[in-house]
Ligand binder design. Structure first.
Ligand code: FES
Ligand code: FES
Length: 219
């Protein structure tokens, strides 16, 4: 064999290289990405993200967390604390499945960062009942069959609780005939408008409205 001739790859090495290339081509990975993958390891950034301590008061309990400051309140509730009652539907403020109460006001937990709520009083669906006694809105949803699959229900209930507080405080809605006058009666139209941020894909709306009426009348 000629010492100056380049070493020939073994048959096994050629077959292995061909199989690896074939896999990348078959997977539809663009050429530049294939080349990068062949020469560079993808760094594991997930474990090196900076975190900061965050203390949250949720359902009258304190939680001390270490969070990436970009963590939404919804992800902190669900993934860090394990309060999975608040649901993630759209994750960008369109469905209302993540509605919770912060200082008594309803908000979308997917649209706010956990670090912004260190001094707040946060209530989720898990915190509405008193021991074994359901919140009146929870009981009304059951009595009126205000759900089918139930995915939107925690958000609907928290939203309804916050909405009735807004009504009691005299806040008008887009459906109010006279925004300066106190509301004489909470009509179906008012309820539907005020709850329009909470979508129900099962379309349980008539029963949701009936449940909210029940609680409004009791109050
Ligand atoms: S998950 Fe927050 S509004 Fe849809
Ligand atoms: S009960 Fe199924 S989405 Fe509302």
């Amino acid at each position: 064999m000629d010492d100056k001739a380049p070493a020939r790859p073994s048959r096994r090495a050629v077959l292995q290289a061909g199989a690896a290339t074939g896999l990348l081509v078959a997977s539809g990975v663009p050429t530049m990405v294939r080349e990068a993958l062949a020469t560079h390891a993808v760094p594991d950034t997930a474990s090196s993200l900076p975190t900061r301590p965050v203390t949250l008061r949720i359902n009258a309990a304190m939680y001390e967390l270490s969070l990436d400051p970009r963590t939404t309140l919804l992800d902190a509730l669900r993934h860090q604390i394990g309060l999975t009652g608040s649901k993630k539907g759209c994750d960008h403020g369109q469905c209302g499945a993540c509605t919770i109460l912060v200082n008594g006001r309803r908000i979308n937990a997917c649209l706010t960062l956990a670090v912004m709520h260190e001094d707040d009083d946060i209530t989720t669906i898990e915190g509405l009942a008193s021991g074994d006694t359901l919140h009146p809105m929870q009981a009304a949803f059951i009595a009126r069959d205000g759900f089918q699959c139930g995915y939107c229900t925690p958000g609907q209930i928290c939203s309804a609780v916050g909405m009735l507080q807004e009504v009691r405080a005299g806040w008008p809605s887009h459906a109010s005939q006279d925004v300066a006058a106190p509301m004489a009666r909470l009509t179906d139209v008012e309820i539907r408008e005020r709850m329009s941020g909470n979508i129900c894909r099962c379309a349980a709306y008539p029963n949701i409205v009936a449940a909210i009426h029940d609680v409004a009348q009791e109050a």
